[in-house]
Design a protein around this ligand. Structure first.
Ligand SMILES: Cc1ncc(COP(=O)(O)O)c(C=O)c1O
Length: 377
């Protein structure tokens, strides 16, 4: 893990912003290389860029991944697929959500590969292939334990017994998704692997894809033909029990608006939930839950100023967060000072855990009000 550059854009827009979100596109490309490099040769590596590339901006992220060698991309929804097709005319674009009747021609018009998640969706797509008079590509998702998307076991049984249901469908990939991959020793991992391998043996042969970010680190048995990472590309730790092998991609800095002194007995913020017990210097930062900084971090979060920790005190408001800077040298925190909220000193997984959530949620909630600056790429 190496720190994000300290070089910050110094434009009027950046100077006036309440918070600055810096996204390191070189680190993103490097992370793609790290993940792709986990697999044996011959195993490909796709990128999951749904939800606006996990909040980081698919228009900036996807071209960088393509330039880094990625040719296969996954999104969740048809509209995301259409947007991505506009960004990457030459990439394979796979849509994890199924194909609803009436939307088949949109997939074709934009050269998108749908994921068929049920016998009903197989029938819809096969019917469209018949009407088109040509085989149509699709991925097939079998449910091996998530109980969310994919053919449930009884539908898999029926499909295995009646493979003619797939007539006219050119199955590009057989996929499934791990429920507990980040918990290396969770027994469901091996059970899902067994179920996936069995499903593969029972269906017409085609390439297979199983491993998300954490699944990649469960070892080569989980790799099959195509890795399918998302969150690790964006810097989250896919191996929570070990050091993060990924580079930081995101740095979020909040700007101090006001600094004030409070006396013992005074309280801070809405609900007066935090009482000052000694002379305290409080700095108010211009970002809050309206920007996606979780309210759950009220009196729990920690930020850093010049590498020194400062705790969040009181409730986080919509537009602001109060921090205790009493321990910092006089004059180090002034109106205009930038405070590190997420970044090398404040790993996204640590911030997420303190808020009782996961990096996925923090990333996808990064607010539209931040001044966004992209470096590298
Ligand atoms: C079907 C599927 N594959 C792959 C991924 C990528 O997972 P991760 O972000 O954990 O790497 C996701 C993300 O939710 C997914 O739903």
């Amino acid at each position: 893990m190496s720190p994000i550059s300290d070089q910050l854009e110094d434009s009027p827009a950046a100077r006036s912003a309440g918070a600055i979100l810096s996204i390191d596109l070189d680190a993103l490309a490097e992370n793609y290389g790290i993940l792709a490099g986990q697999a044996a040769s011959g195993v490909g590596c796709a990128a999951v860029v749904k939800a606006n590339a996990y909040g980081l901006g698919v228009d900036r992220v996807a071209p960088v991944l393509f330039a880094a060698g990625c040719r296969r991309f996954f999104v969740a929804q048809l509209a995301e697929g259409i947007q991505l097709r506009g960004l990457l005319p030459e990439a394979e674009v796979h849509v994890l959500g199924g194909v609803l009747p009436g939307l088949e021609s949109d997939f074709l018009a934009h050269r998108l590969t749908p994921t068929l998640n049920s016998l009903g969706e197989i029938e819809t797509w096969a019917g469209h292939a018949r009407r088109q008079g040509q085989p149509l590509a699709a991925d097939l998702h079998v449910d091996t334990g998530m109980r969310r998307f994919g053919l449930p076991p009884d539908e898999l049984d029926r499909l295995a017994g009646e493979p003619e249901r797939l007539a006219g469908i050119d199955v590009s990939l057989l996929i499934s998704h791990l429920a507990c991959a980040e918990q290396r020793d969770h027994p469901l991992n091996a059970r899902q692997l067994g179920a996936f391998s069995q499903a593969r043996d029972r269906l017409p042969r085609c390439p297979a894809s199983f491993a998300n970010s954490s699944g990649i680190f469960l070892g080569p048995d989980y790799h099959f033909d195509l890795l399918r990472p998302g969150v690790a590309l964006y810097g989250a730790n896919p191996t929570p029990d070990r050091e993060n092998p990924m580079r930081d991609v995101v740095r979020l800095q909040g700007r101090i608006w006001q600094v004030r002194d409070a006396q013992p007995g005074e309280t801070v913020g809405y609900g007066a939930t935090y009482e000052v017990t000694g002379p305290t210097r409080i700095a108010t930062m211009a970002l809050g839950y309206g920007d996606g900084y979780p309210r759950a971090l009220s009196s729990r979060g920690e930020v850093t100023v010049g590498g020194q920790a400062a705790p969040v005190i009181g409730r986080i408001s919509m537009d602001s967060t109060t921090i205790d800077v009493s321990g910092l040298p006089e004059g180090q925190v002034r109106p205009g000072t930038l405070v590190d909220v997420i970044g090398p000193n404040n790993p996204i997984d640590t911030v997420a855990a303190a808020a009782g959530t996961v990096a996925y949620e923090l990333l996808t909630h990064l607010g539209p009000r931040y001044h966004r600056t992209y470096t590298g790429g």
